[in-house]
Write a protein that binds this ligand. Structure first.
Ligand SMILES: Nc1ncnc2c1ncn2[C@@H]1O[C@H](COP(=O)(O)OP(=O)(O)OP(=O)(O)O)[C@@H](O)[C@H]1O
Length: 913
């Protein structure tokens, strides 16, 4: 159930339509009839489940359920309307629906009539607690409102019945045989006025209830097939209320409660004869009402109010100045009539209304008085005629009446003459009243404000008193404390003075420190800028020196090749010289033998043999000497070769090789493993080189032994008779052997030296390559670091913070470490190059091959005057390659002394980044 109430005092509204279906009656249930409706109160929707057509949906301003109580209908729909009547509006509530659908139940309801004869209070209670409908509840509501809101009021009730287009006053005395016919007159201003109807003045709701019951009992009813007590007349119950408020304003409120006759179709109603006529008339009235509604919705110019008395009476209600509501009552078991009623209500909902307040003018009030006097006169006449009043009284009364009439007429004329003045006064009073109301409102606001200010001031005053008390207490405390403070102030002031002096001194000191620090920072920045410049210069120098180093290494390698080439050439020369000498000796021997043979062949035969044997022995000895000279214990070629390899490899492994490995692996974590393996590597290398030298030496020894064996064989197979031939063959064989073995020795030496050289060169490339890569890596890191510092320096804030200072110092330390590393690496590189240049690339001068005694003798004997053949002497010799002047090679013994020991790079020197 909705509690929503509606206000009608605003702008344009539409006619409110409320649907109220009743439950299926017992009679209908016995006929197996059921409801065709579904009700959704929340959505204010009624659904008709049509048997023959599609389901229909209807929406209204309110929709009640089947079991809705009477008081809920009143509270929801009627109470707001009655409130508007009490404000001076006219309102009309229709009940429209099929016969037996509940119109009378809704409008009048059921209440205990018999109790009205007893006391008013219990009757009141009984009515309101019963199944009373809208009419009795509205009476109660109106009287309650009037008593509460207004200083003076009048209530008049008319109760009419429209039956067969004839109006009957239901309040007329039922004893009179022919009740007065009521007529409807139209005024000049087209207002319909009902003449002849009794207006029952009611001073209390009790009076009004009596009137209502009287009228209801008189209402004509007739039986139909549909409803045993069905009413086929329209009843119009009207309450007219005049109200006067405390300001003297008068208003007129009107409430029409219309219980229309059944709206059903005549054929379906089952009425016949007189009732058929009745039914036809009923339908004509309702059809006229429907047409009027349609015309009003369509804004037609001509509205056919005059076609029926019903529409004439209700013209005010329909034309829009009245608050109008229609309650459509529904019989849920009758689908066709229900649909018809729903559509009627739906159409009526489109009617627009614009209610207006009925303000009563003095003219209206005067007319009211005149009507009242006329009514009273009529009553008096009737009374006189009925009861037979004595003439004297009658005359007196008549004179009195005449006097009253005269006075009334005078008053009427005076009233009319003063009407304008009264209206003027009224307007003035209204203006003054409005002004006074505004002033009152202002005064009320001002008073409220002042009250609030006063309350606030009181509150503040209380707070102030409390604070004053607190302040007094505090003052006492303060006085005591002040006395204590005074005593300590003198000592404290001395301390404070001293403290201030100290602070000033510290401040001065701090200021000086800050100035000094600022200077330091400035100088540091300038130093830092210089350092960066220097580092950049060093970096460029390193690059240049790297380039020079590369060039130098390349040149040194070229020189090494050249030296080796020279060595081989000298070896060739030695070999050629040896061969030439041998040939010369042999040739001289042969020549000498030939001379001897020619001179005394026989005598000398023995001598020849001796010479031959001697020669062979000497040659054997010579080769044996040669063999002896190959012994490693003697100072010979092998010794030199052996010592060269041993020294070279040993130094390389102990100094350069290990250093370079360490440098290249400086960023790895397994340095210890590298150090542990180095002695092993070094021993392996030494053993391999020993093996190489020993193998070479063994091969040479083997070859020379074979040569000696050949001489032995030759000596054993000598034939005394064939000395000449043997000697020739022998010499040829010796010559051949010398050539063959000499070439083999030379090739062997050449191959071995070339292997050694290429091995040393590869090592150099590998090791120097690592070193150069390290240096380049360091340079790149340093450059990036410098770039980073420059960027930070340029973008940094001019104020140097502690963080940036520490960062700067850290970076400078890094640069220092890197510079040291670079210097260290560069030193290593330089030393390695120098050492390599001194020891490896420039080999020792080849030693002369030892000569045989025969050769020496022959040389001494034959070429006594000739100069000693000059072997390769590279001391102080300048080598010119491609026009470049290269330094002279250093002798091997001085070279080893010139190589400085390369310092080890300590682990702690590793940069911390
Ligand atoms: N909402 C309702 N709840 C319970 N009973 C109802 C309701 N409405 C109507 N009735 C009952 O239905 C019967 C017919 O109702 P009512 O006389 O009010 O119909 P009606 O429309 O006034 O008929 P008519 O047009 O002949 O006057 C009555 O007995 C009444 O008590």
């Amino acid at each position: 159930m909705s509690d929503k109430s509606t206000s009608f005092n605003s702008s344009e509204k539409h006619v409110q339509v409320i649907a109220r279906p009743r439950p299926v009656s017992d009679n209908e249930k016995s006929q197996n009839l059921s409801s065709c409706l579904n009700v959704n109160e929340a959505r204010r929707e009624i659904v008709v489940n049509c048997k023959t057509s599609a389901t229909r949906f209807f929406n209204y301003d309110h929709v009640f359920g089947f079991q809705t109580r009477q008081q809920d209908v009143y509270k929801t729909v009627v109470a707001p309307i009655v409130d508007e009547v009490l404000k001076g509006y006219s309102s009309t509530i229709f009940a429209y629906g099929q016969t037996g659908s509940g119109k009378t139940h809704t409008m009048l309801g059921k209440f205990p009539i018999d109790k009205l004869s007893k006391d008013a209070v219990s009757a009141y209670m009984a009515i309101l607690e019963s199944e009373a409908g809208i009419m009795p509840r509205a009476i109660h509501h109106i009287f309650q409102g009037l008593q509460r809101q207004y200083v003076d009021y009048t209530v008049k009730i008319t109760y009419l019945e429209l039956y067969n287009e004839e109006l009957t006053d239901l309040l007329a005395d039922s004893t009179s045989e022919q009740p007065e016919k009521i007529k409807i007159y139209e005024d000049k201003d087209k207002t319909n006025t009902i003449v002849g109807a009794i207006e029952a003045a009611c001073e209390s709701p009790f009076d009004a209830f009596k009137v209502l019951i009287k009228g209801s009992q008189r209402r004509q009813t007739a039986e139909t097939l549909m409803n045993a007590s069905s009413s086929r007349s329209h009843s119009i119950f009207t309450m007219t209320v005049t109200m006067k408020d405390s300001q003297g304003d008068m208003r007129l409120g009107k409430l029409h409660l219309v219980d229309l006759a059944g709206s059903e179709n005549i054929s379906r109603s089952g009425a016949t004869d007189k009732r058929a006529r009745e039914a036809g008339t009923i339908n004509q009235s309702l059809l006229t009402l429907g047409r009027v509604i349609t015309a009003l919705i369509s804004n037609e110019k001509h509205i056919c109010y005059r076609d029926s008395k019903l529409t004439r009476i209700l013209q005010d209600s329909l034309c829009g100045k009245t608050i109008t509501s229609i309650i459509i009552t529904l019989s849920p078991a009758n689908e066709a009539e229900t649909l018809s009623t729903l559509e009627y209500g739906h159409r009526a909902r489109s009617l627009k209304i614009r209610p207006e307040i009925n303000q009563l003018s003095s003219k209206d009030v005067a007319r009211e008085y005149v009507d009242e006097i006329r009514r009273l006169r009529q009553e008096l006449d009737a009374k006189r005629e009925a009861d037979g009043i004595p003439y004297s009284q009658y005359t007196a009364l008549k004179n009195q009446m005449m006097l009253v009439q005269t006075l009334s007429d005078d008053n009427q004329s005076k009233l009319e003459s003063n009407e304008q003045q009264i209206e003027q006064y009224r307007n003035e009073i209204e203006a003054l009243r409005r002004q006074m109301l505004a002033q009152q409102q202002e005064f009320r606001l001002e008073t409220n404000e002042r009250k609030e200010i006063l309350a606030l001031n009181r509150h503040r005053y209380d707070e102030l008193v409390q604070m004053t008390n607190k302040a007094l207490t505090f003052h006492e405390h303060a006085v005591n404390t002040m006395q204590q403070l005074r005593s300590t102030r003198s000592t404290a002031s001395a301390l404070i003075d001293q403290y201030i002096i100290d602070c000033r001194a510290v401040g001065d000191c701090l200021q000086m420190n800050i100035q000094r620090m600022t200077e330091d920072i400035r100088s540091m920045f300038s130093n830092y800028s210089c350092s960066i410049g220097q580092v950049m210069t060093i970096s460029n120098n390193i690059r240049q020196q790297m380039y020079v180093l590369n060039e130098k290494v390349r040149a040194v390698l070229s020189l090494a090749f050249q030296n080796f080439h020279t060595i081989f050439e000298e070896l060739n020369q030695i070999y050629s010289q040896f061969q030439t000498e041998l040939d010369c000796e042999l040739k001289a021997l042969i020549d000498m033998l030939a001379v001897e043979l020619k001179r005394d062949e026989r005598h000398n035969q023995r001598k020849l043999i001796n010479i031959e044997e001697e020669t062979l022995i000497k040659m054997k000895a010579c080769f044996q000497d040669m063999l002896v000279s190959l012994n490693p214990t003697t100072q010979s070629l092998w010794l030199d070769l052996h010592s060269f390899f041993t020294q070279r490899i040993s130094q390389m492994l102990t100094n350069e090789f290990r250093t370079l490995i360490q440098i290249s692996d400086k960023s790895t974590n397994d340095d210890d493993q590298q150090f542990l393996d180095l002695p092993d590597i070094r021993n392996k290398w030494l053993v391999e080189q020993e093996k190489l030298v020993t193998t070479t030496q063994n091969e040479l020894e083997q070859m020379i032994s074979e040569l000696i064996q050949s001489f032995n064989d030759l000596s054993d197979t000598s034939d005394q008779d064939d000395v000449g031939v043997r000697s020739t063959t022998l010499f040829q064989r010796i010559h051949h052997m010398c050539i063959q073995h000499g070439q083999e020795i030379r090739q062997l030496l050449e191959t071995k030296l070339q292997n050694v050289f290429s091995q040393v060169r590869d090592e150099f490339d590998q090791q120097c390559g690592h070193l150069i890569t390290n240096i380049e890596h360091d340079i790149n890191q340093m450059n990036s670091l410098l770039q980073d510092i420059n960027t930070k320096f340029e973008t940094s804030s001019p104020i140097v913070t502690n963080d940036s200072m520490s960062h700067l110092i850290k970076q400078i330390q890094r640069i220092d470490v890197m510079t040291k590393n670079l210097e260290y690496d560069w030193q290593l590189c330089t030393q390695s190059v120098d050492k390599f240049e001194c020891e490896t690339i420039l080999p020792s001068p080849p030693l002369p091959i030892p000569k045989t005694d025969v050769a020496i003798k022959l040389e001494l004997g034959i070429k006594d005057q000739q100069t000693q053949p000059c072997l390769m002497n590279i001391d102080n010799k300048e080598n010119i390659i491609d026009g470049n002047l290269l330094p002279a090679p250093v002798p091997i013994r001085t070279r080893s002394a010139a190589v400085p020991n390369i310092p080890w790079r300590a682990k702690t020197d590793t940069p911390f980044f």
